[in-house]
Design a protein around this ligand. Structure first.
Ligand SMILES: [Fe+2]
Ligand SMILES: [Fe+2]
Length: 413
């Protein structure tokens, strides 16, 4: 009887207090919420949001599941280009690796969580790669949803993000882009999935440095032709390419394929040094926009040729195993390629950027010597990394497994 009474009392309590819980809807729910890194992913986190509402650039945080004191960190705020919005950016540091934290933008804010990356790759790590994210918000949300369901640690996009081309009249595309992430890149437990975003032709007025006669290799000039990109993303920041090291197990290199930096010259010199310093890292992944081995466009496209001439020999010399390419709006996987020929010791190029865009027809693998797989499907590429091994699962926007590398049959992911 006591138990029954307690049950009834509980039920009453729940129904009495339900409206109070619902009042949580009044909490500040940050638009434009985006997490990324610009420093050590094991011990830091950059938390961005953008809103028209005037706020303090403050984040409160504590270990998830604890009810101790909130710690507090403040950051910076600056204008969202061509917009009434302000970008708020707070970087948390001195965090513990492999740890889940709760955070909020002050006492009146909805609560979220994030996870720092682990010290090593002893447990499986999942990263979703792709690019060309928003022709259509619904398409972007479909593929985002698959990344969310896979509970990936973070996503990496290799350019052509919102398709705003640095233009004021396309501001709405960025708003849709941020909404797509808010809607589908936060897990059911409230964990916000971090994003690394490289640069593509649609981040830039004119697409490429070659369309600007007044081109200068300066921060000011790059910011002028790509105002959204250089404001909205803490990483890579200027000059538009950088590397992020995850302990000693993984390095992700974001590169700029002639959009706001020339492929050749300073960037290539930097790439050589960056690769040379990481030959002991088991998972080194270059990510860039225009493909060396295009799935849809011509093999002798000028930027593809630049990438093959300047970067591919470095990838080969310093032991890269897989590179991620975008821009062609298909799913493609190449044979392993070494010195321009199919070779088991070579590099596999996976792409080609169809996260949330209308897809194109691709080259027939029977006719393009370098291709082994081709699909005109929106997709993500999930890297599952553990120890020194990595396996890639290609998943379409509906959650179907369309390819794996290495090739496997009869498996689930
Ligand atoms: Fe694109
Ligand atoms: Fe593109």
């Amino acid at each position: 009887m006591k138990w029954i009474m307690r049950g009834i009392t509980m039920a009453l309590a729940v129904s009495l207090f339900a409206p109070v819980v619902a009042a949580g809807e009044d909490l500040f729910d940050p638009p434009g919420l985006m997490l990324t890194w610009r420093d050590d992913p094991l011990t830091t986190m950059v938390i961005d949001w953008n809103t028209e509402e005037e706020r303090d650039a403050v984040v409160q945080y504590r270990e998830h599941g604890e009810d101790g004191e909130w710690m507090e960190e403040s950051g910076e705020s600056f204008p969202f280009p061509y917009s009434e919005r302000t970008v708020y950016r707070v970087e948390l540091t001195e965090l513990d690796p492999g740890t889940k934290y709760a955070f909020r933008m002050g006492e009146d804010s909805r609560e979220f969580s994030f996870r720092t990356m682990p010290l090593n790759a002893a447990r499986p790590i999942r990263v979703a790669f792709g690019g060309d994210t928003r022709h259509d918000q619904d398409w972007m949300e479909n593929t985002n949803r698959q990344a969310r369901k896979l509970d990936v640690d973070f996503v990496v996009w290799g350019g052509d993000l919102a398709y705003a081309d640095g233009r004021e009249d396309r501001l709405y595309r960025w708003k849709e882009w941020f909404d797509a992430n808010k809607n589908e890149l936060i897990t059911d437990t409230g964990r916000v999935i971090p994003i690394l975003a490289g640069i593509g032709n649609h981040e830039i007025v004119g697409g490429y440095i070659t369309s600007h006669e007044d081109y200068e290799q300066t921060d000011e000039w790059r910011e002028e032709i790509a105002p959204y990109y250089y404001s909205l993303f803490a990483f890579p920041g200027q000059p538009g390419y950088d590397v992020l090291d995850f302990g000693d197990y993984m390095s992700i290199i974001l590169l700029d394929t002639n959009h706001s930096n020339p492929v050749a010259g300073e960037q290539t010199e930097w790439l050589e040094q960056t690769l040379a310093e990481r030959t002991d890292v088991p998972h080194v992944f270059p990510v860039y926009h225009v493909p060396a081995y295009p799935g849809h466009r011509d093999f002798d496209g000028s930027v593809s040729e630049l990438v093959r001439e300047h970067w591919v020999p470095l990838f080969e010399e310093y032991g890269v195993q897989v590179a991620f390419e975008n821009h062609d709006h298909v799913y493609k996987r190449t044979h392993p390629i070494l010195e321009g020929e199919i070779d088991d010791r070579g590099i596999v190029y996976i792409g080609d950027g169809a996260w949330g865009v209308s897809t194109r027809g691709g080259h027939d693998p029977d006719e393009a010597w370098y291709l082994t797989r081709m699909e005109s499907k929106r997709h993500l590429i999930m890297a599952a990394i553990q120890g020194r091994t990595h396996v890639f699962y290609m998943i379409d926007e509906d959650g179907n497994l369309i390819d794996t590398y290495p090739e496997m049959t009869g498996i689930t992911y």
